[in-house]
Design a protein around this ligand. Structure first.
Ligand code: HMG
Ligand code: MG
Length: 301
């Protein structure tokens, strides 16, 4: 199949990125970071989480962040929601796009959201019904789709079944997560091809953490299948505190470098993404992981 001519990225830095940072970033700095990202040409930026603040203290200021960012027309700003309480908080703050999140691993689901997979589906059904009533856009994550940190076996069939549940309850799109960055390209076909056949490429995004350096290879494998929606994080920040060993999402700079050099359009300005990464790096106290960011900074390009 010919590669897609255009790819959409959903930016994860402010949510998946910051949720894994131990140094607290001030609310003003989060807002400045998101506002910088809004000026890059990104059309989707996941900005924060309305989860239990005790579970993710870094994002306890979700309502203030959401209310104070400058929302650009044409940009979608989803927020993570774990239950109806989170949905109500998100709506009160003005959110019109949410993301619910279950997983293919039973043990990960328990540790992450203190539910069985079945309970999570029941919880999210109520959230999605409310969202659809309110005209709110919903993405549905399936985490640990490429492997579990706890050794439980994950099959493509499990992922397809969960995808059906999420789409049937009314999710607008799926994001299939390699939460701990263990996936390899032949798995991409096994997992993504059935989803593309059943739901179409508009409804399937892939979310790669780059823990073992396979994310770009996986994205290339996915492009060959016709996938044109990916999640990535400026600077390569990210990770889930409830998934041992999880490190950052694939860097937005790395994905943009590869796609743009291949002649695939994104509408996103790499230099402006770098500027947002540079800003947040100065607040985090550790080096940025994206290889392309590092290479360009070193070359002062
Ligand atoms: P629980 O303890 O079972 O919940 O947690 P509960 O209903 O018993 O409530 C406990 C307390 O939390 C109560 O407060 C509730 O009011 C409060 P208390 O009475 O103790 O003062 N609470 C809330 N407060 C604010 N907002 C809420 C909310 N819900 C309950 N929405 C729960 C269950 C799901 C809430 C918790 O486990 C949680 O918040 N987990 C979130 C974990 C998380 O954010 N993980 C990272 C995101 S997932 C990820 O990164 C993967 C992804 O990137 C994709 C990939 O990489 O694969 C998406
Ligand atoms: Mg993630």
């Amino acid at each position: 199949m010919a590669l897609p001519k255009r790819v959409t990225l959903c930016e994860m830095g402010p949510r998946d990125g910051l949720q894994n940072e131990t140094r607290l970033v001030s609310t003003d700095d989060k807002i400045a970071y998101i506002d910088l990202l809004s000026q890059t040409g990104l059309t989707e930026i996941e900005v924060t989480s309305f989860v239990n603040p005790k579970a993710i203290p870094q994002l306890a200021d979700a309502a203030e962040v959401f209310a104070r960012i400058e929302r650009r027309p044409g940009v979608r700003y989803p927020v993570l929601v774990p239950n109806i309480k989170g949905y109500q908080r998100a709506r009160a703050a003005g959110a019109d796009a949410i993301a619910v999140f279950t997983a293919a691993s039973e043990e990960f689901t328990r540790r992450n959201i203190n539910m069985t997979i079945q309970e999570s589906l029941e919880t999210f059904r109520d959230v999605v019904i409310a969202a659809k009533r309110d005209g709110v856009h919903v993405r549905g994550y399936i985490s640990t789709a490429f492997g579990s940190p706890f050794g439980d076996e994950i099959t493509p069939h499990t992922v397809t079944q969960l995808a059906r549940e999420l789409m049937t309850m009314g999710c607008d799109e799926l994001s299939i997560g390699d939460t701990i960055g263990v996936g390899v390209p032949n798995q991409v076909e096994e997992i993504a091809a059935p989803l593309l056949r059943e739901f179409g490429s508009e409804a399937v995004a892939l979310h790669f953490h780059d823990t073992r350096g396979t994310a770009l290879a996986n994205i290339y494998a996915a492009l060959q299948l016709g996938v044109h929606r990916f999640d990535s994080s400026a600077g390569g920040l990210g990770g889930c505190p409830y998934a041992p060993g999880a490190t950052g999402n694939v860097g937005t700079e790395d994905v943009l470098y590869m796609l743009h050099t291949m002649g695939i359009h994104t509408g996103i300005d790499l230099a402006k993404i770098r500027a947002a990464s540079r800003f947040i790096a100065s607040r985090l106290g550790h080096p940025i992981e994206s290889r392309v960011y590092t290479a360009l900074e070193a070359a002062n390009a």
